[in-house]
Every structure is written in structure tokens, then in C-alpha cells.
Design a protein around this ligand. Structure first.
Ligand SMILES: NC(=O)c1ccc[n+]([C@@H]2O[C@H](COP(=O)([O-])OP(=O)(O)OC[C@H]3O[C@@H](n4cnc5c(N)ncnc54)[C@H](O)[C@@H]3O)[C@@H](O)[C@H]2O)c1
Length: 363
């Protein structure tokens, strides 16, 4: 697109979607917002200093002078809405996960390829300091061979009868009973987003909670915790937890190579540590905010990742290139969890994860 004007963005979804920075980016502006709920519409207008609001995404995408739409609706709506956005000739920035079924993964990739629009998934793990550091160590070859990773996301109570996020106005929301591995990307993103590897086989175990949320839900899922063991296309092991029913918090990883390991800071008290085979450990994480436009250099939610995600999407569209977490990376982080949940339902049977990459895949 022409770089002599700002990228015109519409923002949909006034919960999590009200915590981004499009209005602060020097090359972007929010020209319209939408939520089904009037109070959330108002919140979005105030947050993004935008006067134009629509009652729904479907109305907003008919608003012609838009270049891109940021979709922050519930997970089961993502593909239908991302497809509608791209079909209307707008670039799409979408919250995680990219999809909740393999059929949706295929439809998302096919739509992006057919329309030629840009698509980026807003995976917050990708721009946590630990992940940026791990990516740099990997690209420099410092890990040696990265044999094993432990990637994990813990959020107590999600999907349970007592979870505030699983209800709105007394009605169940999409989070009620959500199978943990249908929300896999905060974990898988720590490997796929660091090495570009693909998770090709999985065996997964789930635990039963006894909570009504995990016995009577639209997903037909009994599990409140799921632990997946993936094998990658390079023969490495990735242990990937997504758990709603343990007392632990946060998104975290540790990467173990033959020459060096990186341990992210954790709620347990584990400090950040890079431990090379040769030389001294490094116990202080690097600082990357200088990579952002000056207006956006301040700490925000999810490990300071929101300004990085905003900046990458805006830059990719303006520079006419694919963004960092493009449709193939997004689906490579999402589909393995969908198959992992299926494996848990089949008592841990090891299953293959289909590829949605073009052949041959571009490195
Ligand atoms: N760290 C992270 O990356 C992170 C954190 C929180 C949430 N999320 C993701 O962000 C998304 C939003 O999360 P949330 O907690 O705000 O969810 P939510 O269910 O509270 O809010 C979704 C909003 O989308 C609106 N919406 C749905 N369909 C619409 C339509 N057709 N037109 C206009 N508005 C519509 C709803 O009215 C609702 O207000 C989810 O997909 C979630 O997975 C990601």
C-alpha cells in the first residue's frame, strides 16, 4: 500500500481488544470500532479516540475506507470473521487461537492465499522478552541443537462453573468448558515462534476435574488440564502444557540445547537464566523496547508484547510483506493443539499433525 498515508484500522471486540496501540503508532490510525455490546463499543471509542462505531463486525467491514481490521472476538468466531474480513479486501490481525478445528485451519489458509490479504495472529508469547532472546540465541546457533523445550500456559479456573470469564450476563461464554489444548498457542508459540519447527506428532494426556464446566459443555470435553508431548519435524521433543486446574500462573518456557539452555523467569521464583556450557551464566534479560516507535516504548500487558504485535502488523502491511506470525506460523501454532486434544480424547494415542504449509515451505 502507499506509504504516504496512515494505515486505516478498524478494531472489533472491546474486551482484550481495547488493550492495543494502533492509535499510538505513527503510521496507523483507528478509523472505526465495533462491539455487539454498547458499553464495550463506547470503551473502544474512548480507548482509540475514534468517533465512528458500528453495531457489528459485519457492518464495519462494509465501511469502505478501511485497510485492515483487528478481530478480538471469542475464539470460535475467529475464522468466520477473519475470512469475512479478507473476503472484503481488508488485511486481518486476529487474536489467538487462529482456529478451533482443522477444517477451519484449512479454510483460513485457503482464504488468505486466494485473497492475497495479509493475515497476522496476535500471539503475545512471540514478543515476550524470553522468546525474543531465545529466537536470537537460536538464530546465532548458540543453543547448539535445541533438543527439548518445555512450553506452558497456566490460567486457573478457565472454563469452570466458578469462572467469571466463562459467563456474561448469566449466560455461558465460549470459555465455558474450553478444552485446554484448543487454546494452545501461548505454549506452542514458544517453540514454533522461536525455531520455525513444525510439531508433527503428538500424544496428549488430560485430567478430569469433576467440575460441571468440564462435564457439560458445547465442546463435549471432560478435561481441565492437558499435557501434550510433541515430536517436531527435526526429531526434537516439546512438552506443552495448557492447564486450567492447577495452582500456577502465566505463559512460560525453557529451552534446552546441547550447548546452552535458557530458562524464563517463572511464578515459581525461577529467575531468568541463560546457561551456556562455556562461560558465565547471564541472569538479566535484555531490553528490546528500542525496537519500537518512541510513542510505544512503555510496559504493557502480556510481557510488554502488545506494542510489538501492533508495530509488526502495521509495518508488515505498510512494507508490503508477510508479518512475523503469518497464516502459516499461526496455523502451525494452532493445529497441533487441536490434534493434541483429540489424542487426549483417545487416551493418549499418538496422532500425526497435518501440515498446512505450502510445498516446499519457505524458510
Ligand atoms: N494473551 C493473549 O493473547 C490474549 C489474552 C486475552 C484474550 N485473548 C483473545 O482475545 C479474544 C478476545 O478476548 P476477550 O477476553 O475480550 O473475549 P470476550 O468474549 O470477553 O469478548 C469478545 C467480544 O467480541 C465481541 N464480538 C463478537 N462478535 C462480534 C461481532 N460480530 N461484531 C462485533 N463484536 C463482536 C463481543 O461482543 C465481545 O465483547 C479471544 O479470542 C481471546 O482468545 C488473547
Amino acid at each position: 500500500m502507499a506509504s504516504d498515508r496512515k494505515l486505516r484500522i478498524g478494531v472489533v471486540g472491546g474486551g482484550f481488544g481495547a488493550s492495543f496501540h494502533f492509535h499510538e503508532h505513527p503510521l496507523a490510525e483507528v478509523v472505526a470500532v465495533s462491539d455487539l455490546l454498547p458499553d464495550r463499543r463506547q470503551h473502544l471509542k474512548e480507548r482509540y479516540r475514534c468517533d465512528t462505531a458500528y453495531d457489528s463486525l459485519e457492518e464495519l467491514i462494509r465501511h469502505e475506507p478501511l485497510d485492515a481490521v483487528a478481530v478480538f472476538s471469542g475464539a470460535p468466531d475467529h475464522v468466520r470473521q477473519s475470512v469475512a474480513v479478507m473476503e472484503h479486501g481488508k488485511h486481518c490481525f486476529c487474536a489467538v487461537p487462529a482456529a478451533t478445528t482443522l477444517e477451519e485451519c484449512a479454510l483460513l489458509v485457503a482464504t488468505k492465499e486466494r485473497t492475497g490479504m495479509r493475515y497476522m495472529m496476535a500471539e503475545t508469547s512471540y514478543y515476550r522478552v524470553d522468546a525474543i532472546t531465545a529466537r536470537r540465541l537460536h538464530d546465532d546457533g548458540a543453543f547448539g541443537e535445541l533438543m527439548y523445550s518445555e512450553v506452558e500456559y497456566y490460567h486457573p479456573l478457565i472454563g469452570a462453573e466458578g469462572d467469571a470469564l466463562s459467563f456474561a450476563d448469566g449466560e455461558r461464554t465460549w470459555r465455558y468448558g474450553l478444552p485446554p489444548q484448543l487454546y494452545p498457542t501461548h505454549s506452542t508459540g514458544f517453540l514454533v515462534g522461536v525455531t520455525g519447527e513444525r510439531l508433527v506428532k503428538v500424544s496428549c494426556a488430560g485430567t478430569l476435574s469433576g467440575d460441571r464446566g468440564h462435564s457439560d459443555n458445547v465442546y463435549g470435553s471432560p478435561f481441565s488440564n492437558e499435557c501434550a508431548v510433541f515430536i517436531t519435524d527435526q526429531g526434537h521433543i516439546c512438552r506443552s502444557n495448557v492447564m486450567w486446574n492447577v495452582w500456577n500462573h502465566g505463559e512460560r518456557a525453557q529451552w534446552m540445547g546441547t550447548d546452552c539452555s535458557l530458562f524464563a523467569e517463572g511464578w515459581s521464583g525461577q529467575p531468568f537464566a541463560i546457561r551456556p556450557m562455556e562461560g558465565e551464566p547471564q541472569m538479566t534479560p535484555a531490553e528490546y523496547t528500542h525496537l519500537l516507535p518512541r510513542e510505544m516504548r512503555y510496559d504493557t500487558g502480556h510481557g510488554g508484547s502488545h506494542p510489538f504485535l501492533t508495530h509488526e502488523f502495521v509495518s508488515a502491511v505498510i512494507e508490503d510483506r508477510e508479518p512475523a506470525v503469518d497464516v502459516y506460523e499461526a496455523v502451525a501454532m494452532t493445529a497441533p493443539g487441536i490434534v493434541a486434544h483429540e489424542s487426549a480424547l483417545r487416551d493418549g494415542e499418538q496422532l500425526p499433525v497435518p501440515s498446512f504449509d505450502p510445498t516446499p515451505r519457505e524458510e
